[in-house]
Design a protein around this ligand. Structure first.
Ligand code: COA
Length: 489
């Protein structure tokens, strides 16, 4: 797509298109993402089929709502009574998961419309991503006429860890937390759910959006920021959108309420082609997307690690409200790496305030350094970590602390982690963020995992740790900009 078209799609400037964020969609997303009852159309008798797996996942995940398998050829699936159609279900239905082949989807949608369900999520592939736009449009038209939102088609499903609802064919619910993940790629979702357990990145909801033929990012963003108390951070994997003005509008509405981090792919020549055949989206120019994101208070991610690293920090810690970040380390080399990264990611370190430097001497040997980074030296114990962090967060000229621990034979990472967690509680009282870097082997990794569970985002290398703190600073600036905007007459 040429850059001019991309600009139009994103900003809609010349068309003077007024962004349309549909209220009925936002309202019904509450039923779709927290459904009291779910019907599965295409609930197969065969365990190897997707429709069967969705019913199994609902049961295995501990979903407490009602489950209605729909299959005209079966009486019972996994011990549940089966219905020939959705309209034959005697109860109200909030969400319908559709997993029948593409030629059967339209009739299923008409059936759902007759039943007046609250929403549909269409797993089925074979629509606009393979050129079958006409049928996709017909389905959307029916749904819109009846004001029943559709998520998808071409998705893996929907997951809600608070509700213990796995309405998808992903293997498991994610590790539970406050981040809502929206992804245009279903396969990535499945992989990233595995990562949540590996890296202790807690998700509240996972929304596979696929071709986004009806519900787009914008309506999900508005719902998640304004109506979902289980979510405090939104992480998005995006290939492209045709609804640029709506996206910009939704992100502006969210500004300062909940952080939004977007990883946008498809910026290379071949990546653009791959995007088109994956979800039928137009990838567009990097420059134009980046400008749109900047304008709409979005924090951008460079890769999948970055998306999760930033989301983890933003979901667990308050924003940094000035650039004055202090680094406390027990290793000089790690401190230098952090210093370089701080410059690279836009939060260059400044000197420790003199009165704080004086106090820091209580937590280090005479050969330690009170400059920023503060080097407690290799003999730093847990009390020194605790004391120095607490002094730092109490100081009015410090807005956040990066704590680095390099493993030594004379220190116990579990004890260090315990005292950092205690100090982080005091930091929270002062509304100052703490992020940590734990460098070492298995026992260090275990301590880092525990620390994350206590609410301190912890990473294995200084660069990722600093980048996470830079995201907390970026969000602090977004809050300031959003507040200024509100004050403007
Ligand atoms: N209503 C409900 N169920 C119906 C039906 C109807 N009108 N007509 C048929 N069914 C039943 C079938 O009989 C079958 O059950 P059975 O196995 O007990 O006989 C079940 O629905 C599934 O139908 P089937 O024809 O076997 O389809 P399938 O399971 O092989 O494939 C999809 C269906 C949706 C999985 C497939 O078309 C598809 O799109 N796969 C790709 C999904 C994907 O990758 N999505 C994106 C992820 S990122």
């Amino acid at each position: 797509m040429n850059h001019f078209m991309c600009y139009l799609k994103l900003f809609g400037v010349l068309l003077l298109r007024i962004p349309e964020i549909r209220d009925y969609v936002v309202n019904k997303l509450n039923y779709i993402l927290n459904p009291r009852s779910i019907a599965v159309v295409g609930a197969s008798r065969s365990p190897s089929k997707i429709g069967h797996q969705v019913v199994r996942n609902l049961l295995d995940s501990g979903y407490k709502g009602k489950i209605f398998p729909v299959n005209p050829k079966a009486d019972e699936i996994l011990g549940l009574k089966c219905y020939p159609t959705v309209s034959a279900i005697p109860d109200d239905v909030d969400l319908v998961i559709i997993a029948v082949p593409a030629p059967l989807v339209k009739n299923a949608v008409i059936d759902c419309a007759n039943k007046k369900v609250n929403g549909m999520a269409i797993i089925t592939a074979g629509f606009s991503e393979v050129g079958n736009k006409e049928e996709e449009d017909e389905i959307v038209k029916i749904a819109r006429e009846h004001e029943i939102p559709i998520i998808g088609p071409n998705i893996v499903g929907l997951l809600n860890s608070t509700y213990r609802m796995n309405a998808s064919f992903a293997q498991d619910l994610p590790y539970s937390g406050k981040i809502a993940l929206i992804s245009q790629s279903g396969a990535l979702i499945i992989g990233l759910i595995g990562w949540t357990w590996l890296y202790k990145v807690g998700l509240s909801k996972v929304i596979s959006i696929g071709n986004k033929a009806d519900v787009d990012f914008s309506e999900l963003i508005v719902y998640l920021t304004e109506h979902d108390p289980e979510t405090n951070t939104i992480a998005i994997y995006m290939e492209g959108t045709d609804a640029g003005p709506e996206l910009v509008e939704a992100c502006k509405r969210a500004a300062g309420k909940k952080p939004i981090i977007i990883l946008k792919s498809g910026f290379s020549k071949r990546g653009e082609l791959a995007t088109m055949s994956h979800t039928g989206s137009l990838a567009g120019s990097a420059r134009i997307y980046k400008a749109a994101f900047m304008q709409s208070y979005v924090i951008q991610a460079e890769d999948l690690f970055d998306l999760y690293d930033k989301a983890l920090a933003l979901s667990l810690q308050p924003p940094a409200m000035s650039d004055n970040i202090l680094v406390i380390t027990n290793g000089g080399g790690a401190g230098v790496l952090a210093t370089d990264a701080a410059e690279k990611y836009g939060i260059p370190l400044s000197d420790t305030p003199p009165d704080l430097a004086e106090k820091m001497k209580n937590y280090m040997p005479p050969f330690g350094s009170t400059k920023n980074p503060i080097d407690l030296t290799g003999q730093a114990n847990e009390e020194w970590y605790y004391g120095s962090i607490v002094e730092a967060v109490k100081h009015s000229e410090v807005s956040g602390v990066i704590v680095i621990y390099c493993h030594t034979a004379i220190t116990d990472p579990a004890k260090i982690a315990t005292k950092i967690a205690e100090a982080s509680k005091i930091a929270r009282e002062y509304k100052k963020p703490i992020v940590a870097c734990f460098i070492g082997g298995k026992e260090v990794e275990d301590a880092a995992d525990w620390l994350k569970e206590q609410g301190v985002p912890t990473y294995p290398v200084p660069s990722r740790t600093v980048r996470a703190m830079a995201a907390l600073r970026e969000y602090g600036k977004i809050i300031e900009r959003a507040n200024l905007r509100k004050k403007k007459p």
